[in-house]
Design a protein around this ligand. Sequence first.
Ligand code: ANZ
Ligand code: ZN
Length: 822
Amino acid sequence: EQKYTPLEIEHKWQEMWDREKTFSVTETADRPKYYLLEMFPYPSGRIHMGHVRNYSIGDVIARFKRMRGFNVLHPMGWDAFGMPAENAAIKNNSHPAAWTYENIAYMRDQLKQMGLSYDWTRELATCDVSYYRWEQKLFIEMFKKGLAYKKRSFVNWCPSCETVLANEQVEDGACWRCDNEVTQKELEQWFFRITDYAQELLDYTEKLPGWPERVLVMQRNWIGRSTGCEIDFPLEGRDGAIRVFTTRQDTLFGATFMSLAPEHPMALELTLPERRAEVTAFIDKVKKTDRIRRTADDFEKEGVFTGSYCINPATGRRMPIYLANFVLVEYGTGAVMAVPTHDQRDFEFARAYDLPKVVVIQPEGETLDPAAMTAAYTEPGTMVNSAPFDGMGSEAAKEAIADWLEQEGKGKKTVNFRLRDWGVSRQRYWGSPIPIIYCDQCGAVPVPDRDLPVTLPLDVAFTGEGGSPLAKLESFISVTCPTCGGPARRETDTMDTFVESSWYFLRYCCPDFEGGMLDKERTRYWMSVDQYIGGIEHAVLHLLYARFFTKVMRDLGYVTVDEPFTNLLTQGMVIKDGAKMSKSKGNVVDPDALIKKYGADTARLFSLFAAPPEKDLDWNEQGVDGCYRFINRVWKLVHEHLAVIRGASPVEPATLTDEERALRRAVHKTLKKVTDDIHDRFHFNTAIAAVMELMNTLQGARLSTPQAAAVLKEALELTVLMLSPFIPHVTEELWQRIGHVVPISSTAWPSWDAGAVVDEEILIVVQVNGKLRSRIAVAAGTDDETVKSLALADDKVRVFTDGQQLRKVIYVPGKLVNIVAG
Ligand code: ANZ
Ligand code: ZN
């Protein structure tokens, strides 16, 4: 008998799939399409267990859908731009391109060793100029439509790395890379106008039933739609007013002071000369504080008085104007009417600076005393101290005060979004150059079509001195203006790498298309992605940007869909010893070592069997070992019966013995369950468990008649077929050894025999007080209580029990029910 040798078998079949291009697809009309996508990896060096899990999950679905007759697009590529390549280059004195392409080569090999059913002819790397060139073209189209624009704004800046940092790259106010203090710097930056799409992005969160609700909730919160009012507060003693945004116009009569963002454009002009030193010191201090920390609930509320006043337009009260650290310049109007009695931040601020409080909303049956309050009252209630609105409910007063403000011309109803435009400039080298030229005469001029792409120059040095090497490369920077021919300078910022990942799924539809960004027909054929799979950590950023890009590209005529991903599966983490697998925790399992020891089929099977996809997966070696032993059992059993299988005739259901029929029922029931579990729920773990259980049944099967051999053959073949999406290599091998010429990967998914699945009925004898009174037929497997109540409800039984007291009902499973009555 032959031993199971996973590495040999896996290599053989991987070569076959590669050679035959088994998983390459074209756009054909003869089968329905199915686009399955897993989030592409960053080529960091090696794949990790999170990848193994993500890609195994995707592969089961891809292979299953293929066997079910779909034309499955299942592509793979590389999210290849980004900071780590540059940092590695500085550290190793190499080039980011060399580092990146070496990593891609290694990781591609690792993925191939996993036997994933990708269409490798569609592979792409976002750092290839053949990819990012189209992104530059799109950038220019967006620029011409005003969807890409430049503005000054405050950004996190690391003075030592000389680059902008994303909020995620600031840890406790320090740079994640060099640990230096991060400052806020005002810089000219390129932005994408995602806010133009805020309402549509929000509306469609109600039209994505195939997405996990929690991801939709996160996106809704991120977009953050608030309805309220803008209200003008006239300045005292001079022209002009401060405009605030509030969602609580019902508290207007309780506004006792004004809080401006320290970066508010009027901050300094409102500051009296004698307060100037104090105010500028405060502004400097706040600018150094990370914005996320600044606005945390428990961050100490600090501020400074400008010396100026404004007037409450409802009460005429003088309100001192403060700068406050928790007010952000980019939200609303950057100014807040402070109501210390009904807003907790204002309450704390008023306590710190001894500012007046006026209660304007009273809770039911209570009278708040501002002097005695220990926290703001933030719930609805009855209006007080609000002149014409007194006595009204505060919710109704919201409407009434908004209407009054509009009538009086003191304010207006508005909608405000928390979502900010997407800053895409990065002062880094390893990214797609932004295709803009600056000319003193003509301003910002897009690079003309004939000069695209702007190729990232490779002849740069990585000194680690900080700043973008591009900004020091005179040969790159100095150009002539495409409009006037005068001397001009090239933009040296590159695009955020999230730009590349916002449309890669579109380019997979036509990766070799030379005529433009997308071949519209091929893209129309494949889009939308039917199933997208990836980590929950991308719930907001990537998944929101990709939705935004799809809508922009729709409006520019590239795609016809409104949304990129019809269904989304967010898989859980891989954890070991109760913690997420990570280098810093020292609990990493290396996929290479695992595959070497057990083979890819075992690695796949374990990562699919140990938990349903959305749950965290707890890694344990015994579990892996168990999966390996299971594959060995299947291998052995098929080999044991090879002669029988090859010689057996087809099953003739009518001639089966009870025992054979029961075995066949178990097989077809398993097939039904596995099909449903994969198809409806992606519950691969329960599907695999069902096949394992079936294996136990098959191991005990006896072969006394020719039809028993036929049933066993069918059972083993179906088992191999059912396992093939999970463990594709060993099942290909067994399929071939059984004698099939067509590979299992090109075989149709079997359908269960409805006749075989029906439960057999069994006859139960019913006695009343020990005497036989009736026989009832129940489905095999009916639970005890149901059998008892069926017996009690039987007409022939009721003749003897009606009007009597039931003392006991005894059920001997599968045989008889005895009713004691009298
Ligand atoms: C007065 C008021 C009274 C407020 C009250 C709340 C409670 P959302 O729901 O998140 O939109 N706000 C406005 N602009 C701000 C800024 N730039 N930085 C910090 N806070 C700002 O929150 C809207 C509320 O947040 C606004 O309503 C404003 O405070 C504050 F009893 O106005 B409110
Ligand atoms: Zn010019």
